[in-house]
Design a protein around this ligand. Sequence first.
Ligand code: PBG
Length: 330
Amino acid sequence: MSNTYGEFPAARPRRLRTTPAMRRLVAETRLHPAELILPAFVREGATTPVPISAMPGVVQHTRDSLRKAAVEAARAGVGGIMLFGVPEEEKKDAIGSPGTDPDGILQVAIRDVISEVGDELVVMSDLCLDEHTDHGHCGVLDADGRVDNDATLERYAEMARVQAAAGVHVVGASGMMDGQVARSRQALDGAGYQDVSILAYTAKYASAFYGPFREAVGSSLKGDRKTYQQDPANFRESMRELALDLAEGADMVMVKPALPYLDVLSKVAESVDVPVAAYQISGEYAMVEAAAANGWIDRERAIMETLTSVRRAGASMILTYWATEVARQL
Ligand code: PBG
């Protein structure tokens, strides 16, 4: 039996796949707890955590259960937490007043989490109006019912200031209004919060996969967000948004959703010298949980595979509802 080149495959990539130890050694992508960020919802007035039916395993926290979840995340080595407030229904109004109330639920939650684990976790907050408005849009509406960009920027400026005053480390500018990063930066700097960072939701698509989030924040949105979030058909547009956000002073940028937009993520990650986040959103979570609950896929493997893919595509940080669970496994 000769071993002449040509007779057998000259190269055998399978050699590097032979054993678990070998595969571990040559793995090109590794997940680390520190790069995971846990998104968390806190509901005003809740006395027990409220399950979110479209997101099995995720709840609207009480103030108390949020503190505990933050401690658990920190203990597991998770890098950050992204907070969303769910105000009492009767406090919501057309301009999203709870979002700028110093005692609004989000500000209260920021203070709670900062006092609990502020030294261990990077504490982030959603800088957007949809959780706080009675119409469910991410901004204020003009007389014709359209989202008024520049009037909304003034609301975001005020929100940035109250979130910073509550002690937040990073604001997540997620509303997709033009100029939101620049206006938020100006507002923060003007109030002496130079050290509060801005995570810009740079490429944020108008996605069907946000569905379960609407339940998570009790949103009453009718219609859609297509006049401010991006068309899934577009790629170049994300590059334009990226250039604008960087010019406006974004400290970190994000692509959202994650899995259906890995091409965008990959290109953004190649193009910048700031940290790049990806948000594995509610619908991505729900898909895996639903299929796993039916016995159709292996839950743990699917979770790891999706996160690894997002990391491989170039994300330096990943927001995922599985953050604490995954961090424990790593
Ligand atoms: C805006 C915001 C949304 C999400 C995060 N921030 C909703 C939206 O833009 O429609 C969705 C996150 C998820 O689906 O997990 N406040």
